[in-house]
Design a protein around this ligand. Structure first.
Ligand code: NDP
Length: 324
């Protein structure tokens, strides 16, 4: 992590690729731990929040300047001195124990990258919070923003499988076509069509899944039904700009809207085991569809971080470090 960005991260300055410390995986001392070779790393919107002045408090720790950044990844154990961790097959991380790790059996045979996307943290976000807060009923209408990303597209498919009408927005025609392909009833490009106009015609909405905040949230407040549930997942429209004063907030009172803010890791304990039992199967069967935007090699990390903030990613952004 080279420089704290002001505004959008700079692909060539904020995070830089550094090859100065390369280890030999066959000989590096493990000191009773084990060594993991990274296969694929996730690039997520929240990483922007970790690129901040360390004196500013937030829910996830700041990345220390001058140190490698970190995020969810899938890897294979290649050598182990820890009796509870066995090498699987054959950029490395040396670890002591399984704290913060999960052994993936992958009985479904999904591509490993799926476990940082649709079958990983973003999929969990959709699955957990929908169960916890949506209180969805067949025939209701839900509006989903950033619908073509891993969180939004999972929410859409859960909602369709439960018989809801889905309105969803995304930032390009290509993404809108993807939304239609996963069953969205009313898909639109929020850059060329006003969200408020779509909701005026297709609403009112009983559920709003908010990934973006800003004008979309204002429109959702305006066209919400009485007792609507708002699942406040993210507000990417303000991750790189000054805070945006939200209009229409009085609707929360007059329509008795329930606003649920949540963080995925707070819901792990309740839903994680159920998620791994149920969800990867639905993905592997083809019932739940997903798209990925894979870049090859750690060198691409800075660029991938920038693209996710700008919406240039076409599906879940991942860095493929090694193909085993
Ligand atoms: P995506 O892969 O969908 O990437 C983010 C997308 O947001 C971009 O591709 C872009 O799509 C859209 N976007 C960017 N800028 C704007 C803008 N100004 N206005 C509207 N849309 C914009 O990300 P994820 O699916 O991984 O995450 C979606 C949201 O969920 C994020 O806000 C993230 O922070 C949040 N999140 C929250 C979690 C929690 O625990 N609460 C956990 C995981 C994610 P487009 O082309 O459509 O504009």
């Amino acid at each position: 992590f080279n420089e704290i960005p002001s505004g959008y991260p700079d692909p060539n300055k904020t995070v830089i690729y550094d090859e100065s410390e390369i280890i030999d995986p066959d000989t590096v001392p493990l000191n009773g731990g084990f060594i993991v070779k990274t296969l694929v790393i996730s690039i997520d919107p929240y990483m922007r929040g970790r690129m901040r002045d360390p004196s500013v408090k937030s829910y996830s720790p700041p990345f220390p300047l001058g140190e490698p950044i970190a995020n969810h990844a899938v890897g294979v154990v290649i050598r182990s001195e820890n009796p509870s961790v066995k090498p699987a097959f054959q950029t490395y991380t040396i670890l002591k124990d399984l704290t913060g790790l999960r052994i993936l059996e992958n009985k479904e045979g999904l591509p490993w990258s799926a476990y940082v996307g649709i079958a990983g943290m973003p999929g969990q976000t959709a699955y957990y919070a929908w169960k916890e807060y949506a209180a969805a009923k067949k025939g209701e209408t839900v509006f989903v923003t950033a619908g073509a990303g891993p969180v939004g597209s999972a929410v859409i498919q859960i909602a369709k499988s439960e018989g809801l009408k889905v309105i969803a927005s995304a930032g390009s025609e290509e993404k809108v076509a993807f939304l239609r392909s996963i069953g969205v009833d009313v898909a639109f490009n929020y850059k060329t069509t006003k969200t408020a106009e779509v909701l005026a015609k297709e609403g009112p909405i009983e559920i709003y899944w908010d990934n973006v905040g800003g004008e979309s949230l204002e429109a959702a407040l305006e066209y919400a039904n009485k007792n609507a549930r708002f699942l406040e997942c993210g507000m990417i429209s303000v991750y790189n700009t000054e805070p945006y004063p939200i209009k229409n907030l009085m609707n929360v009172v007059s329509k008795e809207i329930k606003l649920y803010g949540f963080l995925v890791f707070s819901l792990h304990e309740k839903y994680e085991e159920e998620f791994y039992r149920e969800w990867p199967k639905r993905v592997a069967s083809g019932e739940i569809k997903y798209t990925e935007d894979a870049k090859q090699g750690l060198k691409e990390t800075g660029q991938a971080i920038y693209e996710v903030q700008k919406g240039l990613n076409k599906g879940k952004s991942v860095i493929v470090v090694s193909s085993e």
